[in-house]
Design a protein around this ligand. Structure first.
Ligand code: FES
Ligand SMILES: [Fe+2]
Length: 353
């Protein structure tokens, strides 16, 4: 894309308006909040959100904003019976309903019965929690139905998250999306990690284009430390046992779905030159069950994947510097960057609609 796409404040404002305040965006994994009252915070566009396992056991989301004087309520993650505002202690139950507010008895305008945290649309799809601020957005299951058909045999809804972290990197969010979606850089940038087990020429792309996502399939050599099916995996057969699916759900939910694990990024722009990254790792259940030393398995895999991420951080921060320079001009793409073309087309449609 032209370098201005990564640096123009007008483009960034348009993206907030037309994309981040409208589209479904992934906040994390449903199994990471298994019990009633489990919660974590997240933010889409300029809206802080609380994602909570409610009193009926469903995942739901509330605006993370008090109904009194509108302060942000909670940050981080945990388990709670009540949501208590840190300012004047208005207290909500986990379904968002106001249940206590002190010293309000002389306020005639106050009616506790009618007050609840503003709901945010939230849908769980194959284990992923998606949020949107758009009441008109099409249901996730409908939008991503063609992706569901591609990933169905992996049963990623049964994968178990073992790690979730939030980071802030100094780059434009689109440079990170573009970096994630192409395997062209793997044998170079990641030659010491994932690039060593990646036969680039075996990359495959879907034959059709889809409205809300793009993806590729790639192979792992059988000597790779992670990324191929465990012997106890009876879901995948033949070539699928060494195949990973790498979807990008626009705008910024990207993951590698391997037969034995998955890892994901979910992006939120923070201005032009910073991106908030939610990063997580989950394992297929049989891989976890078979581990003699579960902690070791988790640590080795997450250390390895984090090394991959750090290699990417250097690249995407360098891209931000390069694209800001006066002589920057983009060159042609490789066939391995087919999805970058998909992404540019999607952005062009969304920003000019
Ligand atoms: S702002 Fe939350 S109780 Fe006052
Ligand atoms: Fe990379």
């Amino acid at each position: 894309m032209p370098p201005g796409m990564y640096h123009d404040p007008g483009i960034a404002a348009l993206e907030q308006d037309r994309i981040f305040r409208r589209d479904w965006q992934c906040a994390g994994r449903a199994e990471s909040i298994p019990d009633k009252g489990d919660w974590f915070s997240w933010q889409i566009a300029d809206q802080p959100v609380l994602v909570v396992r409610d009193s009926k056991g469903a995942v739901r989301a509330h605006a993370n904003v008090c109904r009194h004087r509108m302060t942000r309520l909670m940050e981080g993650q945990g388990n709670c019976r009540r949501i208590v505002c840190p300012y004047h202690a208005w207290t909500y139950d986990i379904d968002g309903k106001l249940v206590a507010a002190r010293h309000m008895e002389r306020s005639q305008a106050f009616d506790a019965g009618g007050i609840a945290l503003a709901p945010v649309r939230c849908e769980v799809w194959h284990g992923w929690i998606y949020l949107t601020l758009d009441p008109q957005a099409r249901p996730v299951a409908e939008l991503l139905a063609p992706l569901g058909a591609i990933v169905a045999d992996y049963h990623m809804e049964d994968y178990v998250e073992v790690l979730r972290q939030d980071h802030l990197w100094d780059t434009n969010w689109k440079l990170l999306t573009e970096n994630f979606m192409e395997g062209y850089h793997l044998p170079v940038t990641h030659r010491k990690t994932v690039g060593a087990y990646f036969p680039a020429e075996e990359t495959e792309f879907g034959k059709e284009d889809h409205e809300a996502f793009t993806y590729q399939l790639f192979q792992k050599t059988t000597d790779a430390p992670i990324g191929t099916a465990h012997a106890d995996n009876t879901r995948l057969t033949g070539r699928w046992r060494t195949t990973s699916v790498m979807p990008t759900v626009f705008p910024g939910h990207m993951y590698v779905l391997a037969p034995d694990h998955l890892w994901y990024l979910s992006l939120q722009p923070r201005g032009i030159g910073q991106v908030a990254i939610r990063y997580g790792v989950a394992f297929a259940p049989e891989r976890l069950a078979a581990a003699n030393d579960r902690e070791r398995l988790i640590k080795d895999a997450t250390d390895f994947l984090w090394d991959v991420n750090l290699e990417d951080r250097d690249v995407v921060e360098a891209l931000f510097a390069g694209t800001a320079s006066p002589l920057a001009e983009p060159g042609p793409l490789s066939w391995l960057e087919k999805e970058n073309h998909d992404f540019a087309g999607w952005l062009a449609r969304r920003l000019t609609a």
